[in-house]
Design a protein. Structure first.
Length: 401
């Protein structure tokens, strides 16, 4: 059996497992947007089992992405625009309300008093535990009203496709095609990502911007890498560990001056995005982005998957403090290792990011299984940039970006 045929059979088996997962989701999920995704996605995965044997591994990936992520997304967006209220997860509503508040008040956040005045059943959706930049995805609906194309998920998908496409183009000179294929599959094929994009989607622009930043760093375009991860940080704080690891990489590979240029963009953009919200109502930002995720809001975050941090926080006396202490200790250990053995390639940096995010997701008291899409994607990026693949130590371009 040839190596190529063996790889195609492995992919076919993977698509069969994805089809089974989508089918089970369609039949058993208690979340109606997830069930609607499964009803469409299982067909796309099932067809992919045969298509990968006929068309090849590379050609089938965009087709699977279209059938299992974009098609369900568009169907749910159209049905929602027609009046269905069960065709989007809560985060989509939250982001769109952020856009409405930003357009009308200058800040995407409600303060403590305003949230307390909401009916009990609406207080959870009154919170917006994201960074201010996320409100931009809600502006189309705020400006033009309900329509399938103003659904925030459509714009999440647009940014995701553009960033992933650019990332793949950057990886071509520094990664073997068979390895970069795994990154495309991790982000565009696995149900962990396709289900997320079709039903909620706010994590995918953050993830793909972070992947793009790492790919730019692999090509020695450090200022551009800072811009990409800075934009991600303006959407969600999940990007900040990525920014920190890439800062160490920039210092190790290019010295303090280039590292400072990177840091100005990577950390300056998120800070700049905060300024309007802080000027309008600083306490409202703190209520949404600090108190609520820390468990001190008027309602409890629904992010409570049974991972170790959550189990410790709920089943052990003083468990929340213990879980946070363990998270802090793990963070200190990873930071020590990062400084003691700093990454000198983008692939090594991706491995550090995967390890750090996995640790954070497992030990945070309020977390979700879905967040594991971040370390899974960075593990795939590490595989794409492994040191025994074509090296990512490329000659820096003549321009600084």
């Amino acid at each position: 059996m040839s190596t190529d045929l063996r790889a195609r059979l492995v992919d076919a088996a993977g698509y069969a497992l994805c089809a089974a997962f989508a089918g089970v989701t369609a039949l058993t999920s208690t979340l109606l947007p997830h069930r609607a995704w499964g009803e469409i996605a299982w067909i796309g995965y099932a067809v992919a089992v045969v298509a990968v044997l006929v068309l090849g591994r590379l050609r089938v990936v965009p087709l699977v992405f279209a059938a299992t992520a974009l098609a369900p997304l568009l169907v749910e967006a159209v049905q929602r625009a027609a009046g269905r209220t069960d065709r989007a997860q809560e985060e989509v509503l939250v982001v769109e309300r952020m856009g409405e508040r930003l357009a009308h008040t200058g800040t995407p956040y409600l303060g403590h008093t305003a949230i307390a005045a909401l009916p009990d059943g609406e207080r959870l959706l009154g919170y917006a535990p994201y960074q201010p930049g996320m409100a931009l995805f809600g502006l189309p609906r705020a400006a033009f009203g309900p329509a399938w194309w103003t659904d925030a998920r459509v714009w999440f998908a647009v940014v995701t496709v553009l960033c992933l496409g650019y990332t793949m183009s950057l990886l071509r000179p520094v990664s073997a095609p068979a390895r970069s294929l795994r990154l495309a599959q991790a982000v565009a094929v696995l149900p962990l990502c396709t289900l997320t994009l079709a039903t909620g989607g706010d994590d995918l622009p953050v993830l793909t911007l972070c992947l793009l930043a790492t790919a730019l760093a692999a090509r020695a375009r450090l200022t551009a890498a800072g811009v990409a991860v800075g934009l991600a940080g303006a959407l969600k704080l999940f990007a900040l560990p990525v920014a920190a690891v890439l800062l160490v990489l920039a210092f190790t590979r290019a010295g303090p001056r280039r590292a400072a240029q990177y840091a100005l963009a990577a950390f300056g953009i998120p800070l700049l995005a905060l300024v309007p919200a802080l000027l309008v109502d600083a306490d409202a930002y703190i209520e949404n982005a600090v108190r609520f995720p820390a468990g001190h809001g008027l309602v409890t975050s629904p992010a409570q998957s049974p991972l170790p941090g959550h189990l410790i926080a709920t089943a052990v006396p003083a468990g929340r403090a213990i879980a946070l202490a363990l998270l802090l200790l793990a963070g200190v250990a990873i930071a020590f290792l990062l400084l003691r053995r700093p990454p000198d390639t983008a692939g090594t940096a991706a491995a550090y990011v995967a390890a750090g995010l996995t640790t954070a997701i497992l030990l945070t008291p309020s977390t979700r299984f879905g967040y594991l899409l971040y370390p899974v994607a960075f593990l795939a990026l590490w595989w794409s940039l492994r040191e025994d693949a074509p090296t990512d130590r490329v000659t820096p371009p003549s321009h600084p970006a």
